[in-house]
Design a binder for this molecule. Structure first.
Ligand SMILES: NC(=O)c1ccc[n+]([C@@H]2O[C@H](COP(=O)([O-])OP(=O)(O)OC[C@H]3O[C@@H](n4cnc5c(N)ncnc54)[C@H](O)[C@@H]3O)[C@@H](O)[C@H]2O)c1
Length: 286
């Protein structure tokens, strides 16, 4: 998209209302003349936690829109291979990078691998996370607190700090936060805190990078049917998972992915520091 949009306008007035667009100087821009058929044509996207769940759906949706994909994940090689295959079946390209984003050196090497493979990077989706259910704050150990922050917050920070060197005007970062950042969650205290931190990270980084034309936004899902759910909740909680929102069900990952596609595309050119809430109708402030 042509990004030379006017910042000021020459003085003008029309004496009738409704006014006439045809008389305006300059005219409002309403057609993207360079619009590619695919929304992310030729972009390179890194998606942490892209092997499964929401990240997998985002990776496949991005690939459908023409993006080349790099998936960073911890160790679920079987899930990662399936996602790669799905992308290749669509005619797309995908590389898999396995490692711990809590380790800054690993993040640096992962970003460098993507740069060497695709020669550029346009989109970072900070989506990897962990959560551990604890009934009381006294059950949250120092080790768990540190690990949850290391993966969810430090990992996103390390990936972002390194990727910034390669991003330029028109590129973007999207963080996966959660409804828990806004509503809280009685048994996911430390996890919810990390999602609050990512929300503030999104807002601060957005204003920090706005002058460079790099946008930073978030998606805050409600309950979604992904491996995180049976891997963190007990059987009883899993069987009633997602029933309390107005739609009375959990989302499927595909229902979250389009929000990421929109935020990554030129259609979201004037949106930064924002959060899209995809949660089945729960109203949350902020
Ligand atoms: N499932 C939900 O109900 C729900 C709701 C709100 C937000 N979210 C968020 O969605 C995102 C994706 O989770 P999901 O639900 O799709 O589950 P998921 O288990 O499919 O994805 C989590 C991913 O994080 C990656 N990961 C975890 N620790 C890592 C580490 N140290 N280094 C590298 N990668 C690591 C894993 O490889 C995995 O792919 C997370 O940020 C999660 O907090 C999920």
């Amino acid at each position: 998209m042509n990004r030379n949009f006017p910042k000021t306008f020459q003085a003008q007035h029309q004496n009738v209302q409704p006014g006439l667009e045809e008389k305006m100087n300059p005219k409002p821009i309403y057609i993207n003349k360079e619009e590619a058929i695919k929304k992310l044509n030729d972009k390179v996207a890194i998606i942490t936690g892209g092997d499964s769940g929401i990240g997998r759906a985002v990776a496949i949706a991005f690939a459908k829109e023409g993006a080349k994909i790099a998936i960073v994940y911890l160790n679920e090689h079987e899930d990662a291979e399936i996602t790669k295959k799905e992308i290749e079946n669509l005619g797309g390209e995908c590389i898999l990078l396995s490692g711990d984003i809590g380790n800054e050196d690993y993040c640096i090497s992962a970003i460098n691998s993507v740069k060497s493979k695709f020669n550029k990077i346009n989109i970072l989706v900070n989506n990897a996370a962990e959560q551990h259910v604890c009934k009381n704050i006294t059950d949250i150990t120092k080790e768990q607190l540190e690990k949850t922050f290391r993966t969810n917050v430090f990992g996103s920070f390390f990936m972002t700090k390194e990727v910034i060197k390669h991003l330029s005007e028109g590129d973007c970062i999207i963080n996966t936060t959660s409804i828990t950042a806004y509503q809280g969650n009685e048994t996911l205290i430390d996890y919810s805190m990390t999602k609050g931190a990512l929300t503030s990270f999104t807002r601060s980084l957005a204003v920090n990078l706005v002058g460079k034309g790099i946008r930073v936004n978030s998606v805050a899902p409600g309950p979604v049917w992904t491996p995180l759910i049976p891997a963190s909740f007990d059987e009883t909680m899993v069987s009633s998972f997602g029933q309390s929102n107005p739609m009375k069900r959990a989302a499927q990952p595909i229902e979250i992915a389009e929000a990421f596609v929109f935020l990554a595309s030129d259609g979201a050119n004037f949106i930064t520091g924002e959060t899209i809430h995809v949660n089945g109708g729960e109203f949350v402030n902020g």
